[in-house]
Write a protein that binds this ligand. Structure first.
Ligand SMILES: CC(C)(COP(=O)(O)OP(=O)(O)OC[C@H]1O[C@@H](n2cnc3c(N)ncnc32)[C@H](O)[C@@H]1OP(=O)(O)O)[C@@H](O)C(=O)NCCC(=O)NCCS
Length: 333
């Protein structure tokens, strides 16, 4: 069974309820029907009957709960919830009433209220517009201040540097130049994702162009001390975690190089979770693995939220939406 099939099977056994916010998108409507038919999760689709019929007349939405913020009796209660969450930021009751009718905000409020277990959007909205409602009202998990993302990288075949056949790369999509504190959060939450979604025992490498002080840093960027500080902070926050650094990629995955450059490290040479120093390195790195290495990338998987929210790519397929819903169901408590 492929990892993706395993994720879908595990999601199915959990029977979670996931909201899909974009009933105006044909792929989302098709995915809602497919997920329901395959019993991967229960779906709440934000949209209305006549709109869905017009966009996807052939799709049978039996078993999908449709909800329209413009007519729902839940909207007034959600507006109050939004007002309570955002009045400290200057939001008025009138603004909350208006914003609660927005489909992505309505979905995030459903999640906050506990009426669904997870949120998936982004087929026709930008990353910022998809994640902002979650950042504003769902907020971060206890002990975590940073929402980040990772890719689950599935190898075309197992090899000596990746005996699990799967790895986690973070953060490749959200935090552009994370601080040491944010990198530590990314490390801790990526380890959690590795366990929950990839099904592996995490061994976290904090990546750099330097291994244990070998590289001379530039006086302006100061990347090496940043990663070194992140290692300290992450170890303090999660002492039980197998985590180390700073490592070059070869020291992280090749046992001989790891032992040469970081003797005694339990993670060096055996890492399966890779935390990149910034989004440039992470985004370029995952695409190299994908295009040159033939890895399949599942994600970006968002992590660090108090409850699971995930962002689709605007180029996503129906299958991508189905997979993202399954991942979201596995992240739900
Ligand atoms: C995550 C992101 C989408 C947030 O954008 P944004 O809504 O413009 O963010 P803002 O700075 O206005 O912040 C909105 C709120 O979210 C919070 N926030 C923003 N980023 C956060 C993060 N990574 N973790 C936790 N909270 C965050 C802010 O503190 C703020 O909270 P507040 O309003 O309660 O004070 C932004 O970081 C981004 O655009 N990242 C790059 C995305 C990208 O281009 N990726 C490439 C795709 S591959």
């Amino acid at each position: 069974m492929s990892l993706l099939d395993e994720i879908k099977a595990k999601a199915s056994a959990r029977n979670k309820t996931i909201v899909l916010c974009e009933g105006e998108d044909k792929r989302v409507i098709e995915a809602a029907a497919q997920i329901t038919k395959e019993k991967i999760a229960k779906i709440v689709l934000i949209g209305n009957q006549s709109e869905c019929k017009k966009i996807a007349p052939e799709v049978d939405l039996a078993g999908v709960t449709l909800i329209d913020p413009l007519t729902s009796d839940k909207t007034a209660g959600y507006a109050k919830l939004l007002y309570e969450a955002r009045k400290v930021k200057g939001m008025t009751e009138e603004q909350a009433e208006e914003q609660a009718k927005d489909r992505t905000m309505f979905g995030a409020l459903m999640l906050k209220a506990g009426d669904v277990d997870g949120y998936v959007s982004g087929a026709c909205h930008s990353t910022a517009n998809t994640l902002r409602p979650g950042l504003q009202v769902v907020k971060t998990a206890p002990g975590i201040n940073t929402v980040s993302s990772c890719f689950i990288m599935i190898a075309p075949q197992k090899h000596e540097y990746n005996p699990d056949g799967v790895a986690v790369f973070a953060d490749c999509a959200i935090n552009i130049e994370p601080t040491a504190e944010q990198l530590a959060d990314i490390a801790v939450t990526s380890a959690k994702t590795a366990k929950a979604i990839a099904g592996i025992e995490p061994r976290v490498a904090m990546l750099s162009f330097s291994t244990k002080g070998s590289g001379n840093d530039d006086k302006f960027t100061q990347t090496v001390p940043k990663v070194q500080k992140a290692v300290e902070l992450a170890k303090a926050a999660a002492p039980e975690l197998a985590l180390d650094g700073e490592f070059q990629f070869d020291a992280a995955v090749a046992p001989a190089v790891g032992q040469l450059k970081a003797p005694g490290s339990k993670v060096a040479g055996h890492a399966n979770v890779f935390v990149f120093p910034n989004i440039n390195a992470g985004n370029i790195g995952y695409k190299i693995a994908q295009r040159f290495g033939g890895y399949m990338a599942i994600g970006p998987v968002c992590q660090g939220f108090a409850k699971p929210l995930n962002d689709l790519s605007r180029g996503c397929s129906v299958e991508d939406i189905v997979a993202t819903v399954a991942v979201t169901a596995l992240q739900a408590e």
